[in-house]
Structure formats: C-alpha cells, structure tokens
Design a binder for this molecule. Structure first.
Ligand code: AMP
Ligand code: MG
Length: 405
C-alpha cells in the first residue's frame, strides 16, 4: 500500500535511531554532531599575553610620557611568544615583548613599539598608559570550566579551533553513517567496458557517490548486483555488515525481475514501507535489516535522484543525529507555467533564485540531463490542472550540490 511522502518521513523518524556516540579524535570529528558538551579544562589564554610587539611595563611608570617628554625605562629582559621572561618588572623597568609573549610579573600594560624609540638597553616611551592597556588577560577568551562547545551542534572549523585551544584532543560525537551503495540490474555494465546490446552504464552509482560526497558522508562500498535472488541476498548481507545504511537502486518495483523486496525478505528484513505517492520514485521502500536501514530506490536515474534527496537524506539525518542533512524546504513561486499530466504529487528539478523557481523543460524519469544547472527540487501539487506562472510551491534545496545549491 502506498503512503504519502510525509507518512514515509514520519516512519523513517519513528523507526530509525541515531548511531551510538563515539569518542573521535578532533580531526575525525569534523562535520559530526556533538553528543556531549565540552567544558574548558583551563583558561584561554592560559596566561596574560601581549597583543603587540613592544615593551611590558608598569602603567604608573609611564605617567606624563609624551613625544616631547619621553620617559626612559631600563630594559631588563625579553618575553617572546613561547619564551617567557624570567624577570619581574620593577619600578622604572620594562621587558621587551613580542605579540603572544607572556606579560611578565610586575608589568600591567604594554606599550606598542611604534610609541617608543625601540631602544635595547633602555627605552624611551612616548605615551602614558593606563593599567591593563594593551593587556590580554588570562582567560579572556574563556575561563576554566566554562561550557565552550554545546551538545548537539556540528563540529565546524570554529568548534574544532575552540576545542583545540582548550587542549581538547577528542570529542564525543554522533558518528556519520557509513553508506553502502548498491545498484541492481542485469542491464548494468561496468563503466569503461563496452556495452553489449541492451546494456547501459550505471549512472546511479556515481550520482549517489557524488551526492554523499557533497553531504560529507562516508561511503563504505559501491557494488553492482545482477537481478539474481542469490546474488542479491549475498550482496545485501555483505553490505549490511560493512555499513550503517544501504542505499540500493533498481529492482524494487513490481516487475518479474524486481527481486529486491524478496531478497530482503529472505534475509529476515522488516519492510517498513513500500510505495510512496510521488512521481518520480513511487516504488521506493524502507526496510530494516539486522537493525540497520535499507533504503531501496527506483533504478530510474531521475527517480533515484529525487528519492535520494526526499527519503534517503531524512534517514541519513536520523542516523547522524543531524537534521541539517535533510534538504531545507522553502516556498517559491513558479517562474513559468507547468503542464500537469498526472494526478499525483510531482517533483521536478529547478533553479531557485530570489524566491522564484524556474523549472527545467523535459523531466521524464530517465532524463538526468535536466539536473545539470539545477539547485532544488520543486514540489508540484497533486491535480490535473496546469500550474500557472506565479504558483506557490515548496522547493527542497540540494545543498552542497555541484549544481550550484
Ligand atoms: P528498475 O527500477 O530496476 O525497474 O529500473 C528502472 C529503469 O532504470 C530501467 O530503465 C533501468 O535500466 C534503469 N536503471 C536501473 N538501474 C540503473 C542505474 N544504476 N543507472 C542507470 N539506470 C538504471
Ligand atoms: Mg531493474
């Protein structure tokens, strides 16, 4: 029995669960969702430091200094980044300091070298300073025990940088699902080999590999399988072992060679749904095999593309605990009319720009080429009437897409 897309996505959310959190090295955690908040183990910066190249001194010693009436201080040492001074700055003294250097004991400000004669034994300073002027306090960025990274956010470059500055080497995150891509069909020939009569090259495998790459999700394997029940059974078994989710294409419809549902049944998989009220992509199915999802999509390249974005992405989002993996939805107006042919909700590739979506011409289920230059899917409502210019429709963004989304 067919269900609506909304029912299908509700079932995906109800029946799938996020992968268990793992502790990953910081670099491997990039793009994952944090499963725990992170508290700073230390102040950052861990010491008071200089924001300039100059001299560290006591503000009281600079009182009244100007270019006309410089004050001379004795330079007693130097503090470079990573090479702190040992001396304590006393009355009438200064320490040569560089950006990032520890402000030495006794000093409470830094004069930039441009406001001095840059002397080495003694230095003339040309300006009076206030206490803590040009002084980065210890813990200025964050203090020990502050929550620096909340739970449930993406490990972005900024998160990685902040965590690293706090000395954090590993993060508890929801891992990204490892995806097995399985294309089924006797007609599929391996790319690079000549086509026999009746054969085609699989465009679904590189398409799905490309989309997964654009979404920064790891691929555990890409396999072609013949329409043979025993081969399908063994391919599903292997893919199930090496991945967290299988996305397969082809063989899921009602034809004599559509053996994917049978193969899954033989393995004891639970079929959650089979058939969604949408065009293209109607035969799509979701099964659970040994606790892991199998998203089975029609082999039609256009159907495969549409259902990847509308059904596989929500499943990937649940596993990764990352709603951002789902396609973002907006409202837009159609820039051209569309001749509606079927009494079923339809999805077409389009180009969204400033609230208007223009829909590419020919979009039959096997026609992949119209996807080039698109950045979204437009949802054309159920009905037999043609859609006039300016009709409000939902659009789903193909983020991260090489098509410009
Ligand atoms: P199926 O879903 O197996 O009934 O296939 C539907 C249509 O998509 C048929 O015309 C297939 O030849 C085609 N097709 C199936 N798998 C692929 C694939 N991986 N790449 C390109 N076309 C495919
Ligand atoms: Mg087939």
């Amino acid at each position: 029995m067919r269900i609506t897309l909304e029912e299908a996505t509700s079932l995906i959310r109800a029946r799938l669960s996020p992968l268990a959190p793992v502790l990953l090295p910081l670099f491997d955690a990039l793009g994952c969702i944090t499963a725990e908040s992170v508290k700073a183990q230390m102040d950052q910066p861990p010491f008071p430091r200089s924001p300039y190249d100059g001299y560290a001194l006591r503000a009281t010693d600079s009182g009244g200094a100007s270019r006309e009436n410089p004050i001379s201080l004795l330079v007693i040492g130097q503090s470079f980044a990573g090479k702190p001074a040992e001396q304590t700055v006393g009355k009438g003294e200064a320490v040569r300091i560089m950006t990032g250097g520890v402000i030495p004991e006794g000093a409470d400000c830094v004069i930039p070298q441009e406001l001095t004669d840059e002397g080495e034994q003694t230095v003339k300073i040309y300006k009076a300073l206030k206490p803590f002027e040009n002084y980065c306090r210890q813990g200025e960025d964050f203090q020990k025990d502050t929550e620096i990274v909340p739970c449930g956010i993406t490990v972005t470059a900024a998160v990685a940088g902040v965590a690293a500055s706090a000395g954090c080497t590993e993060l508890w995150v929801f891992p990204k699902p490892r995806v097995a891509v399985l294309s089924t069909g006797d007609e599929l020939q391996i790319l690079g080999l000549p086509l026999e009569k009746g054969q085609i090259y699989s465009s679904n495998s590189p398409y799905l590999a490309g989309r997964l790459d654009e979404l920064h999700l790891p691929i555990s394997q890409i396999t072609h399988v013949q329409d043979e029940i025993s081969e399908l059974v063994s391919a599903f078994r292997t893919a199930n072992e090496v991945s967290d989710i299988i996305i397969c294409t082809g063989g899921v419809s009602a034809g004599q060679k559509d053996l994917v549902p049978d193969a899954l049944k033989r393995l004891g998989a639970e079929m959650i749904f089979h058939g969604v009220e949408m065009k293209p992509g109607m035969p799509a199915a979701l099964a659970i095999l040994n606790g892991k999802p199998v998203v089975a999509l029609s082999g039609n390249p256009f159907a495969c593309a549409v259902t990847f974005d509308l059904l596989a992405r929500p499943a990937l989002a649940v596993l990764a605990s990352n709603p951002l993996i789902e396609a973002r939805r907006f409202k837009a107006t159609l820039s051209d009319g569309f001749p509606k042919a079927r009494n079923v909700r339809r999805y077409v590739h389009g180009l969204l720009s400033e609230g208007t979506v223009s829909v590419a011409g020919e979009q039959g289920s096997g026609q992949l080429r119209t996807m080039i230059g698109s950045n979204c899917l437009a949802e054309l409502p159920k009905g037999n009437e043609p859609l006039p210019v300016g009709t409000f429709v939902n659009v789903y963004m193909l983020e991260g897409s090489i098509y410009g989304g």
